[in-house]
Design a protein around this ligand. Structure first.
Ligand code: BG6
Length: 484
């Protein structure tokens, strides 16, 4: 990325997210030549007491960081420890950033400051105020036009609140401190390869354009499964539950891209305008369209209260009241400690009218986009069983990324999104009004769950989830099972 000095400031640098996702993404971008060679400086800020070297070693021990580290030994990671609520830490941070900028770039060059908040939600407003007060780039105007081409951008991680009211509070707090074009609300599902392919698939293929509607599609599932439980994150997870953790953000973002109308162009505002429009057409969620579950053994986690009723599984049918989608059920399913790790979009088409091949026995046409593991897209088709008999059978047209794009390394979602932030492209980030509608959709249901009006049923670890979810899918959403 061309430009001047780049400072990446990671607040919450000693945490899990920084270690597992943010630091590796920055290192990989650097390794691939996307970040300025000698004008980059990484600043870690957190409460834990640590030296620069300790932080470096901590990052280094993670996954394939060793290699990247050796390749990039010329540059620096600086750690600053300080409480989140004391000005002195931020003043020190600001001095260090300024000194790096002066050393590396002098005063003539444009300076860029990327603040990444990988923090517990409770300290977002506080830290944001401190950053705004002490650390913003003096070489760019905070509100208004950039003077030298320099900038300050702030990446915030979910959870953006717990419901509509708390999210709106947070939004207004942040809105007082930063302009919307400085704020990058990250949802890492928007950085996944197959998710980014959705608009291309839908709007660049004549195959799909005429079929993508209520006349042809019977139902659509958007599924997230993990084959492990909360694993040390029980304390955080129990406060939020699976709907806030996965469905209200990651799966809903995918739903937007599956269902929105074609944007006028790919500019961030045109794309996000269409997402907001379709979200506004989502109907209130009915209790009979919801199945909640909690895996057995969840409460054995010492950080989870013994009487927790938090769902670790949810299957929810959504309806979109517009011309394209009226009557089509969208099943959003997410669960922890299930039988496999998988995320996919499964579009099931209606039966062919006037069937002469007994197709129903074979199953319906489906188009599946697998986000992970192993990105793939495949179509389930009815074909003639090869041989002398005229017999129909189901087969697949299969695009497996591993086979088809052997030489391409698919970038990690965080890599892509951090690069977008540096490039100033907000298309794959959540706009404030989008966030608001997302909360409007789920808040009434979440409140009913919090009030104990809907209960989670237990399910066995390593299973497909509660059997009630299969009933919901088959009976209420009309899904016809075609695979084992
Ligand atoms: C996070 C959730 O946002 O996404 C986690 O908080 C979840 O609970 C994770 O495990 C899943 O991300 P991915 O990219 O592994 O599907």
């Amino acid at each position: 990325v061309a430009g001047g000095c780049l400072s990446v400031i990671l607040l919450g640098a000693s945490g899990d997210l920084a270690k597992k996702k943010t630091f590796p993404a920055i290192f990989n971008l650097y390794k691939q030549g996307f970040l300025p060679n000698d004008q980059l400086q990484i600043f870690g800020y957190a409460r834990s007491k640590m030296t620069d070297t300790e932080l470096r070693n901590r990052i280094r021990g993670y996954r394939d960081m060793e290699d990247s580290w050796i390749l990039s030994c010329s540059w620096q990671v600086t750690y600053i420890s300080g409480p989140y609520d004391e000005e002195s830490g931020y003043i020190k941070l600001s001095e260090q950033i300024a000194s790096h900028e002066n050393n590396k770039c002098g005063t003539t060059c444009s300076t860029r400051r990327l603040f990444y908040l990988a923090l517990p939600p409770s300290v977002y407003p506080l830290v944001s105020r401190m950053v705004r007060k002490h650390c913003m780039n003096p070489h760019s105007l905070v509100f208004g036009v950039h003077v030298t081409g320099g900038w300050s951008r702030v990446v915030v991680e979910k959870p953006f609140g717990k419901d509509l009211a708390s999210s709106e509070d947070l939004s207004s707090e942040l809105g007082k401190l930063f302009t919307e074009d400085q704020l990058y609300r990250i949802d890492h599902y928007l950085g996944k390869e197959i998710v980014q392919n959705l608009l291309v698939m839908r709007f660049a293929n004549r195959f799909f354009v005429p079929l993508w509607n209520r006349d042809n599609i019977a139902n659509i599932q958007i599924v997230f499964k993990e084959d492990f439980g909360t694993e040390g994150r029980g304390g955080y997870f129990d406060e939020y539950g699976i709907i806030r953790d996965i469905i209200q953000n990651h799966l809903l973002q995918v739903l937007c891209l599956v269902t929105m109308e074609k944007p006028v162009s790919l500019t961030p505002e045109h794309v996000r305008d269409e997402k907001v429009k379709v979200l506004r057409a989502v109907q209130p969620i009915r209790d009979e369209d919801v199945v909640l579950g909690q895996y057995e053994g969840y409460k054995d986690d010492p950080t989870v209260p013994k009487d927790s009723v938090t769902p670790t599984f949810a299957s929810i049918i959504l309806h979109i009241n517009n011309e394209r989608w009226d009557g089509v059920p969208f099943i959003m399913k997410a669960g922890k400690a299930l039988d496999s790790r998988k995320a996919e979009i499964r579009v099931q088409f209606k039966d062919v009218p006037g069937d002469i091949f007994k197709c129903q026995k074979q199953g319906r046409n489906e188009f599946v986009m697998r986000l992970q593991p192993s990105e793939a897209m495949y179509m389930k088709l009815t074909v003639k069983q090869p041989g002398l008999d005229m017999k129909a059978t189901q087969s697949e047209l299969d695009l497996s990324y591993q086979q088809r794009y052997q030489d391409v390394v698919i970038p990690e979602a965080y890599e892509r999104l951090i690069l977008d932030t540096i490039r100033g492209d907000q298309q794959h980030f959540v706009r404030r009004d989008e966030l608001r509608v997302a909360w409007e959709i789920f808040t009434p249901l979440l409140h009913r769950i919090d009030e104990g009006k809907l209960k989670a049923v237990p399910y066995e670890q390593g299973s497909r989830g509660p059997k009630e979810a299969d009933e919901l899918l088959n009976v209420r959403a009309g899904y016809v099972r075609t695979d084992g």
